[in-house]
Design a protein around this ligand. Structure first.
Ligand SMILES: Cc1cc2nc3c(=O)[nH]c(=O)nc-3n(C[C@H](O)[C@H](O)[C@H](O)COP(=O)(O)OP(=O)(O)OC[C@H]3O[C@@H](n4cnc5c(N)ncnc54)[C@H](O)[C@@H]3O)c2cc1C
Length: 364
């Protein structure tokens, strides 16, 4: 058994967990590269849903993350016809943690496991020998590797593939007056089935944003619609707040995993479009795909690179395929009359059942 070299490009949730899980195989020397310095700001809701929390629990990091995160017990939905419904209960169902903290904790875990973190090292290309990838290159030089993991997020040109794009607007706010432990989800006619959100982060801090499929609105339309939601549905929470600059971002999404892997180059996280097209959620899938990199690479010696790569692709499809595919159901629900019926169901004897159903649906 010889030690192999792995280079992981991108110290986001996918990259850090890929580095961590590759270290755990005891087969690889791992270098985790990022183009920036940690901690870095990443425009993101920071929402950790039930599946992301489950995964953190499974790998023993939940206590560390929950010690810093803001716990979420419910969600207030605003329907296109102006109805409101709060669903949830006493149990913690989700959490919000700003990405500069989440990414830092995960990268430190990878380092603790023995990965070498290299910051300020932008990767601009991959080295190849005929069809095989042999490393990465950038303005600071070249790094050779037996395995390159591209976990460089939704804007990377290092991994192609077919994907859709959500367009988003995002803003950080201070002094918000939100319902404790409750996220706000606003669906209006202009953006349905997509939505605007307010995610509380604790002590009056929150982030707000809006997403819809790329091309649905132009940049002016996006701003106007977002302003209108801030002035109407979110006005009570936003009165008197200080707001940071607005950021515009895209999210690479898909409804089924189609990884643009090549011999000795595996793609993980949003670079592989493993982000839900209806909700824009991708942190959980990024972490899970990172873990699956290590679990599949553990079979490198007995199955060879190709066998391990195929195993990675199969387990990604089996584990993340149904969740990504569920975006079709979510989109239909959010655009259907059933959404308007939800506030009525939540008031009657069906209320407990509905909360349970929504919690279970989110958890799956
Ligand atoms: C506005 C917005 C809100 C969102 N809200 C949520 C949410 O609430 N919950 C949720 O689950 N998901 C959310 N998402 C999606 C989520 O942010 C992504 O799916 C997730 O960050 C993907 O993780 P990743 O590790 O694959 O990529 P990233 O988090 O993008 O990490 C990629 C890393 O690679 C580095 N990198 C990029 N290019 C290079 C290069 N060439 N060389 C070296 N390093 C490089 C970057 O600096 C970065 O650190 C949101 C996205 C947006 C845009």
């Amino acid at each position: 058994m010889t030690t192999k070299r792995a280079v992981v490009v991108g110290a986001g949730p996918a990259g850090s967990l890929a580095a961590l899980s590759l270290m755990e195989t005891n087969l690889f020397e791992v270098t985790l590269i990022d183009r920036t310095t940690l901690p870095k700001t990443k425009p993101c809701g920071g929402g950790l849903g039930p599946s992301a929390l489950n995964h953190l629990r499974m790998i023993g990091l939940e206590p560390k993350i929950m010690a810093e995160a803001y716990p979420i017990r419910g969600a207030r939905f605003h329907t296109p016809k102006g109805r409101q419904v709060v669903l949830g209960g006493n149990a913690v169902a989700a959490a919000v943690l700003p990405r500069e903290r989440l990414d830092l904790v995960l990268a430190r875990e990878a380092e603790r496991a023995g990965a070498r973190l290299v910051e300020e090292w932008p990767v601009t290309g991959v080295l190849t020998d005929e069809q095989t990838v042999t490393g990465v290159s950038g303005p600071k030089g070249e790094m050779e590797a037996d395995l390159v993991v591209v976990a460089a997020g939704g804007t990377t040109s290092l991994a192609g593939g077919t994907f859709s794009r959500l367009q988003c607007i995002w803003q950080q706010i201070e002094g918000a007056n939100y319902l404790p432990g409750t996220i706000e989800m606003v669906i209006t006619k202009k953006i349905a089935p997509w939505y605007a959100w307010l995610f509380p982060e604790g002590q009056g801090r929150a982030n707000i944003g809006m997403c819809c499929i790329a091309g649905h609105l132009d940049r002016n339309g996006l701003q106007e619609t977002f302003d209108q939601i801030c002035d109407e549905q979110l006005a009570p929470a936003l009165a008197g707040t200080t707001r940071g600059p607005r950021r515009f971002m895209g999210i690479r999404t898909s409804r089924w995993p189609r990884l643009a892997n090549r011999p000795h180059l595996w793609v993980a996280g949003e670079a592989a479009a493993l982000t839900n097209e209806a909700t824009g959620e991708g942190i959980g899938q990024a972490m899970i795909s990172g873990r699956l990199v290590g679990q599949a690479a553990a079979h490198w010696d007995d199955r060879g690179e190709e066998g391990a790569r195929k195993l990675y692709e199969r387990t990604i499809r089996r584990t993340l395929g149904p969740g990504l595919g569920s975006s079709i159901l979510i989109e239909h629900f959010a655009a259907s009359p059933a959404l308007e019926a939800t506030p009525r169901l939540a008031k009657g004897p069906t209320s407990a059942l509905l909360s349970k159903f929504v919690t279970r649906a989110l958890a799956s």
